[in-house]
Design a protein around this ligand. Sequence first.
Ligand code: TZP
Ligand code: MG
Length: 216
Amino acid sequence: MARVSANKMRELLKVYFIMGSVNCKRKPADVLEEAIAGGITLFQYREKGARALTGEEKWRLGKELQAICQKHHIPFIVNDDVDLAIELDADGVHIGQEDEPADLVRKKIGDKILGVSAHTIEEAQKAVVQGADYIGVGPIFSTNTKEDAKKPQGPKLIESMRKQGIDIPIVGIGGINIANAGQVIASGADGISVISAICLADDVKESAAQLKKATM
Ligand code: TZP
Ligand code: MG
């Protein structure tokens, strides 16, 4: 397969749901099924933090969630763990600035989707050169989900990246919910990525659907 086109990537980023066992109060497979029913467009398996699964168990949950994504034709992205992404033959991988350099990851994964977290214009420019298909920008708003999150940047960061000519697909992340999702899109993002706004919602399907509406 060829590299995903930028236009296709922009579509996939609309409602990007990120989740691991640590984020869920219920069975992750059920949460994912409901989120897909609500209309999410992309999924990232992010098994991270205290009490995160490791080894065989991490692999097994990944396999289970990937099968659900495949059934519904939702691309399955693995966070950080390039080896796991290759082992599972995932659709892509998402890496941060502390992970292996993006150009080396690109060499390892071939045409799979490559996402890179970027917090500054310089990081964004570098990700483009190194072969990212999209960048994740944030935290936009304050978040309780990521323990080591940087200071919230507000939608202005995305706006200034666009003004400075960064035209790669961008997804905003961090503290995004139904009420503020529109601001993120208005700032120039192609989509929103969320953990708690879907994972911890009373009605997961409805919340995913409302988030989707907010991006249109
Ligand atoms: N990276 C920056 S903020 C964040 C990550 C993984 C956490 C996003 O979680 P939430 O619950 O949508 O704020
Ligand atoms: Mg990382």
